[in-house]
Design a protein around this ligand. Structure first.
Ligand code: EPU
Length: 311
């Protein structure tokens, strides 16, 4: 465990915005969680950070401590850790392989590892830069795939129950939503067991490549963003609604809605202006108002907001 005083959060997010937290606690092993009670005593609010790829962090001094689980990110010899192969199971679509991945593992690493072994299921997550714990917490997905249906069990830590293992009855998942059934103030994913379908040689790599090319042609994958800002309303595209309401390219300071895909808010790091979360929030409010006035639809945020206000 390592504790960092008043860390800047902007470098820990893909959007590159945000102020300073009270402290950052890096958790290198699940056993570190067992000391959190003592370390956090009197610290107040807690947030859990994955890869920071779906986050909008407020500017200024932030009244919370950030927990950063890094289990499963590195192997004992220093390189990226490998998932563990646990066994096999039969599924309606053929043989499946069960693997365990640590929550701190990078999604691109997990995807490359499974593609090299022709294990299918994750190829829709190509281009998602986050960590496995974040993919679980968001039920991340794209191109017809999402994380939760692949999950067979999840090891978690909660302040109320400590380290324990959940099976699918222990969580609730929906489109871009994941929560535990049990009551808890917060939880840390430690590792997840995924069931991946055995596919034809080369087919997973080919599907991932195809998905990435599709993504690259319509999404600003090389810009600083937090992925899609708004959830898609049922049967509709938030990007299309924002586009029709005239938000494409709309800019405030260093922040703008991508001219390529209106549901991506981009942080222009080269414009010479400081990136401000206040500008991002003003654009988000303006976009919600514009879409409501244009189509009568209220867009809700997909990106998680870490507010400077505990109210
Ligand atoms: N469109 C526009 N203008 C725009 C953007 C999109 O007219 O500015 C139109 C497109 O032409 C298309 C339709 O809207 O006809 C849908 O767009 P797209 O295929 O890009 O998909 P999306 O619904 O905008 C969703 C997910 C993405 C995911 C893609 C591919 C959400 C909010 N978005 O985007 O997920 O990568 O499908 O599966 O669920 C994310 O969650 O962060 C994310 C980027």
């Amino acid at each position: 465990m390592k504790i960092i005083d008043r860390p800047a959060l902007a470098p820990l997010t893909t959007l590159g915005l945000g102020g300073r937290a009270l402290a950052e606690i890096r958790l290198d092993s699940p056993e570190d969680c067992l000391h959190l009670d003592d370390v956090l005593a009197g610290c107040g609010d807690v947030r859990v950070l994955g890869g920071g790829s779906n986050l909008l962090v407020h500017d200024g001094d932030l009244p919370f401590v950030v927990l950063r689980p890094l289990f499963g990110a590195k192997s004992p010899c220093g390189g990226a850790a490998e998932p563990e192969i646990l066994g096999e199971e039969d599924g309606p679509d053929g043989r499946r392989t069960l693997i365990r991945a640590g929550a701190g593992m990078r999604v691109p690493h997990l995807l490359a590892w499974s593609a090299a072994r022709d294990l299918a299921g994750l190829e829709g997550l190509v281009g998602v830069p986050g960590r496995v714990g974040g993919a679980v917490a968001m039920n991340a997905g794209a191109y017809g795939c999402s994380t939760a249906p692949l999950m067979r069990s999840l090891d978690v830590f909660t302040p109320e129950r400590g380290l324990h293992t959940l099976t699918p009855e222990g969580w609730k998942a929906a489109y871009r939503h994941f929560s535990l059934v049990e009551d808890c103030a917060w939880y840390i994913s430690v590792s997840v067991v995924l069931s991946l379908r055995r596919a034809a040689p080369g087919s997973v790599r080919a599907a991932a490549r195809e998905n990435f090319l599709r993504k690259k042609s319509v999404q600003p994958v090389h810009e600083r963003t937090a992925g899609c800002v708004f959830k898609n309303p049922e049967g509709l595209s938030a990007g299309k609604l924002l586009d029709e309401a005239g938000m494409k390219g709309r800019r405030l300071g260093a922040m703008y809605f991508s001219p390529m895909h209106a549901n991506f808010l981009v942080h222009d790091m080269k414009c010479g202006l400081p990136g401000r979360c206040d500008d991002a929030l003003a654009l988000i409010r303006e976009a919600q108002k514009a879409v409501f006035e244009h189509s009568g639809i209220r867009l809700s945020m997909e990106v998680k907001e870490w507010s400077s206000c505990l109210c």
